[in-house]
Design a protein around this ligand. Structure first.
Ligand SMILES: *Cc1c(COP(=O)(O)O)cnc(C)c1O
Length: 378
C-alpha cells in the first residue's frame, strides 16, 4: 500500500533529543528552542519568532494579541482547516467566510471587500498548499480599513511571494503569522508550530503570553531583575525536546524541499497529457507564488467521479484523499453561518483529490500512481 503521507525522519532526531535530555534542561525556551528561533530568523528574514506546540496555538496567541472580543468580525476562507477559525471563535468573534478563487482553492481576494463591516478586526488569509495569497491586494484592504492580518501559513514553510523581482517569505506579510510542524507538513516534529511577530507592537506582549503571562523571557535576557505576572497569558511554549527534534529537520530543509519539488514536478509532467485532453485539472499557481511542494492535487469533474477514482486507487494499493469539508457547511458551523452560498469552496470540497507526497515516495511509486490515474480515465 502506498500511504497518503509518511512523516520523514532525517535520522538525526534521536541524537538531538539525546543532547537535549543530557543537557539537564528540557523545559521550554532552552538552547534548541533558541537555535530554531535563530534559524527561522536567518533563513526567512523574520524579526521575531516563538516556537509553539502547534499552529493552532500560534493562532490562539494571535487572537489574544489582537485582543479579539465578542462582536468583532474576522474574515477567512471557508475552504480551510478548523484551526483557522477556532482560535477566533474562542475569543467570541463572528466569522465571515470568504469563497475560494476560480483558479485556486485559496480565498478570493476580490470578494474580501464586500465582507468588511464596521466590526471587522482582521483578515486571515490561508496559503493553501503553500501557495501565496495575493498579499498586495489583502495588504491594501487592511491598510484602507485599518484591519490586522494574521497569515495561516501552516502549509507554507519555505514558500515565497514574488513581485517586482523581489522575493519575500510567506509569514512575513501579516501583523502575525502561524506555521505548523504537524507530521503531515513538509517539516515536522509530530506536533509543533511557530508564531511570527512582524508588527513590533506585539513583540513584548507575545513573549509574555507565551510564558504564562510573566516577563520571564525578559528576565533571562537580563532586561529586568525579577520576573512576575504582568499580563493574562497561557503556556504556549514547547519542551526543548520537541525543539531538538525540529532542529534535526531544519538542518535538512533544503534536501527535503528539493526532493518534494522533484516529486511534485514528476506528477505535474506525467499528468499534463490527461489535463490537456480534458480529463482532469492540475494545480495552477499565480505568477507571484512559488511552489513549496506541500501538496499535489487533481480536480475531478464530479463528486461521483472522484469517489470512483478514490475507490479505484485504493483497490490498487494507493491512498488518495480529498480535503476540507467547507467550514460553513460543517455540522458545527452551518447554523452560525450567514447563509451566503460559497459555490467555489463547495466545488473544491467535492472535486479536489490529494495524491501521496512524502520524502520517501519513489519515482517508481509516482509512475505507478500516474499510470493508475491514466488507466482510470482513458
Ligand atoms: C495543519 C493546519 C493547521 C493546524 O496546524 P496544527 O499545527 O496541527 O495546529 C491550521 N491551518 C491549516 C491551513 C493547516 O493546514
Amino acid at each position: 500500500m502506498i500511504p497518503f503521507n509518511k512523516p520523514y525522519l532525517t535520522g538525526d532526531e534521536l541524537a538531538r533529543i539525546h543532547d537535549a535530555v543530557m543537557s539537564g534542561k528540557i523545559s521550554g525556551n532552552g538552547s534548541f528552542t533558541q537555535w530554531c528561533h535563530k534559524y527561522f530568523m536567518q533563513k526567512f528574514g523574520f524579526e521575531k519568532v516563538l516556537l509553539t506546540t502547534s499552529c493552532t496555538d500560534a493562532l490562539e496567541m494571535s487572537a489574544l494579541l489582537l485582543d479579539i472580543k465578542p462582536g468583532d468580525e474576522v474574515i477567512m476562507p471557508s475552504y480551510t482547516f478548523v484551526s483557522t477559525a477556532n482560535p477566533f471563535l474562542l475569543r467570541g468573534a463572528k466569522i465571515r467566510f470568504c469563497d475560494s478563487r476560480p483558479d485556486h482553492p485559496g480565498m478570493d481576494e476580490d470578494q474580501i471587500a464586500s465582507l468588511i463591516s464596521d466590526s471587522t478586526k482582521a483578515i486571515v488569509p490561508v496559503h493553501y498548499a503553500g501557495v501565496a495569497c495575493d498579499m498586495d491586494k489583502i495588504g491594501a484592504l487592511a491598510a484602507k480599513y485599518q484591519l490586522s492580518i494574521v497569515e495561516d501559513a501552516a502549509q507554507a514553510i519555505d514558500s515565497y511571494y514574488v513581485k517586482g523581482g523581489k522575493k519575500k517569505a510567506l509569514g512575513s506579510f501579516g501583523d502575525l503569522a502561524a506555521f505548523s510542524f504537524h507530521e503531515t507538513k513538509n517539516i515536522q516534529c509530530g506536533e509543533g508550530g511557530l508564531l511570527v511577530v512582524n508588527n513590533p507592537k506585539y513583540r513584548n506582549k507575545s513573549e509574555i503570553i507565551w510564558e504564562k503571562g510573566t516577563n520571564r523571557s525578559a528576565f533571562f535576557r537580563g532586561e529586568v531583575d525579577k520576573y512576575g505576572w504582568v499580563e493574562v497569558g497561557s503556556s504556549f511554549l514547547p519542551s526543548d525536546m520537541l525543539a531538538a527534534f525540529l532542529s534535526a529537520q531544519l538542518e535538512h530543509l533544503e534536501q527535503i524541499q528539493d526532493k518534494r519539488r522533484a516529486i511534485w514536478e514528476q506528477y505535474n509532467e506525467r499528468l499534463k497529457p490527461l489535463e490537456n485532453r480534458g480529463f482532469l485539472k492540475l494545480p495552477k499557481l499565480p505568477d507571484y507564488a512559488t511552489n513549496n511542494a506541500h501538496m499535489f492535487y487533481v480536480i475531478c469533474n464530479s463528486l461521483d467521479e472522484r469517489s470512483r477514482l478514490i475507490a479505484y486507487m485504493k483497490a490498487n494499493g494507493v491512498s488518495a484523499v480529498f480535503h476540507y469539508i467547507s467550514l460553513h457547511k460543517s455540522s458545527y458551523f452551518q447554523e452560525l453561518h450567514d447563509g451566503r452560498e460559497l459555490p467555489l469552496s463547495e466545488y473544491y470540497s467535492d472535486h479536489l483529490l490529494r495524491l501521496p507526497l512524502y520524502y520517501e515516495l519513489t519515482e517508481a511509486d509516482v509512475d505507478l500512481i500516474c499510470r493508475l490515474i491514466h488507466n482510470f480515465y482513458v
